[in-house]
Write a protein that binds this ligand. Structure first.
Ligand SMILES: [Zn+2]
Ligand SMILES: [Zn+2]
Length: 141
């Protein structure tokens, strides 16, 4: 049994080829948007409909197997790296996204200085900047 089959079973989702294809696509290409997931899955399974991929992404996100991130002003992106509350750095110029780990091996950002009585389970931190590729380009005007 593959790792992804085990993960699907662990959340009581049936193991289907489209679900495995979406998980595999996101492992190979983290932080891609919905249209890219569809293109990647259809390269493997040409008969899978757009709607089927939307449904798979919804089921995988709801069960926590896939994390959905949506930087302000950007399309929703998906990844299979879940459960560690890692953060993201986003290029303002080209939209490239990379993972940023919490600095000290746990998630200190979950300990808010004032939680107003809320039970906090996630901190969404997005660092914005310029990726190395864009920083190296001469500015186009
Ligand atoms: Zn860039
Ligand atoms: Zn990530």
């Amino acid at each position: 049994m593959s790792d992804f089959e085990a993960r699907l079973r662990a959340v009581s989702l049936r193991v289907t080829r489209p679900r495995l294809a979406v998980l595999a696509a996101l492992r190979e290409h983290p932080h891609v948007d919905t249209e890219t997931v569809i293109a990647l899955v259809r390269a493997e399974l040409p008969t899978v409909s757009h709607q089927a991929v939307y449904d798979v992404l919804k089921a995988l996100t709801e069960t926590g197997l896939v994390r959905r991130i949506q930087p302000a002003g950007a399309l929703a992106r998906y990844e299979t790296r879940v459960g560690d509350n890692h953060h993201h750095v986003v290029c303002r110029s080209c939209g490239a996204i990379a993972d940023v780990d919490c600095a000290v091996g746990h998630a200190p950002c979950l300990t808010a200085s004032g939680d107003h009585g809320f039970v906090i389970d996630e901190a969404e931190v997005v660092y914005w900047g310029t990726c190395p590729g864009c920083a190296a380009e001469p500015i186009q005007r």
